[in-house]
Design a protein around this ligand. Structure first.
Ligand SMILES: *Cc1c(COP(=O)(O)O)cnc(C)c1O
Length: 422
């Protein structure tokens, strides 16, 4: 079964051993629900797939940044890959050891770099010549030596959605392959930087694992060149990006991924760093939403639900596919629906022309594989309160983020009387 931790018991969809109706009765809809077991299983499979090479997994916090999710992965032994001062703040709040944190990002601000230096994080992944200079300057100011890796753009096409392709020369990420050696030379000449590694991240939702191999071959060649000029590279960070199955497309699992790249990775003679995000969390999550209305316009049937594009952006942003399951299994006929939310945007849809069991107002559906890039991309558009997040642990569930209140919406706003005096 594809969603091993989302299964029907009786006729009711459960996450692990918890009936999802029970959660909705207690906290209302919509909400995200995550299976703790699913996240743990994925993490352990990843570790197992690479157990025979020296490696460490750094969970990419941006995929699902709830502090409980972060803490779950660190408790399993993961390090963390953070992408902003906000993610660094979350990581520390979740109790992470700063020495387990990598700081990624093409546009780190001075403030973000300083907070990383002050917290003594393990490593900065540098993405430009100017950032090398700035980091060195700030480290000197703080009287510290900053550990760095340089992110190189190997210019390979991972054949994924253009919005999540990051390793082509026209993408903004990393330093171009032909400038990489110069960047390392500059780094070596700077007094307050210590070079530890080399880094790549070619994109996300990659299902053709040969793209990883192609990139690793290019990077291995760079590592050799660097060693030949006396620049030692201890670790090779291959980024994240392993895809998951959203529909029924063929996708590699982590063992296929490992088998494809492991021999090349060994040749690097480096400790390998992985930064998976989606692979660890996507299938662990579902967005539970209630049908509000059905209607037909000519030959179209609409199913209008209480979640909207602000709660889950992926369909609007990437035209992504998500399986949709009824919370009550039944033997009704199937109907072709556009499943849409209440927001004032035509892009507010979860599925178009999708055949699912007839669904009546008041009934619940689950939008599957939404544990990654789901809640963390949500917004308050249309002044909708962000939804609750639930973590299920066997037969128990916990609210790991409360549904926002209306007061939360205006917490940082106040009426300025002077604006209305004249
Ligand atoms: C987004 C990102 C990741 C995680 O990508 P997934 O596709 O979720 O595995 C890892 N590393 C970097 C640098 C990223 O930007």
């Amino acid at each position: 079964m594809r969603f091993e931790n989302f299964t029907y018991k009786g006729n009711s969809l459960h996450c692990e051993k918890v009936d999802l109706h029970l959660i909705s009765n207690l906290i209302g809809t919509p909400f995200y629900v995550y299976s703790k077991k699913s996240m743990i299983d994925r993490f352990k499979s990843f570790q197992k797939a690479f157990q025979d090479i020296p490696h460490r997994i750094y969970y990419a916090v941006k995929a699902n940044s709830n502090i409980n999710v972060i803490k779950l992965f660190t408790s399993l032994g993961a390090g963390l890959d953070v992408n902003s001062g906000g993610e660094l703040f979350r990581a520390i709040k979740a109790g992470a050891n700063p020495n387990d944190i990598l700081f990624t990002g093409v546009g780190k601000t001075e403030e973000e770099i300083l907070s990383g230096l002050d917290k003594n994080i393990f490593l900065f992944k540098v993405e430009s010549f100017q950032e090398l200079e700035l980091l060195n300057y700030l480290a000197k100011k703080r009287n510290k030596i900053a550990n760095i890796a340089i992110r190189v753009n190997p210019d390979v096409d991972p054949k994924t959605h253009p919005y999540i392709t990051t390793g082509l020369y026209e993408s903004k990420f990393g330093i171009a392959q032909e400038l990489a050696i110069d960047a390392f030379k500059l780094a070596k000449s700077l007094s307050n930087l210590r070079i530890l590694g080399i880094d790549m991240h070619i994109g996300s939702q990659i299902t053709d694992v040969s793209a990883f191999k192609e990139a690793i071959v290019i990077m291995n060649d760079l590592i050799l060149q660097l060693r030949s000029i006396g620049i030692e590279i201890e670790h090779f960070d291959v980024g994240g990006g392993l895809g998951v199955q959203y529909n029924d497309e063929p996708v590699p699992d982590v063992f296929d991924y490992a088998n494809t790249i492991k021999e090349e990775l060994k040749k690097s003679k480096c400790k390998i760093i992985f930064e998976p995000g989606r692979y660890l969390t996507a299938d662990a999550g579902a967005l539970i939403t209630r049908a509000l209305y059905t209607k037909n316009n000519r030959d179209k049937n609409f199913l209008i639900v209480d979640a909207a594009v602000n709660d889950l952006m992926r369909p609007a942003l990437y035209n992504s596919y998500h399986h949709i399951l009824p919370l009550n299994e039944n033997d009704r006929n199937k109907i072709v629906y556009d499943i849409v939310g209440p927001a004032c945007e035509t892009g507010d849809f979860f599925a178009r022309s999708r055949e699912i069991k007839e669904t009546k107002p008041g009934e619940l559906i689950a939008i599957m594989s939404t544990g990654a890039y789901g809640f963390c991309m949500s917004s308050n558009y249309n002044s909708r309160r962000r939804v609750a997040e639930i973590m299920v642990d066997e037969d128990k569930f916990y609210v790991i983020r409360q549904r926002e209140s209306f007061e939360d919406l205006i917490r940082n706003e106040k009426i300025i009387d002077q604006l209305f005096e004249k």
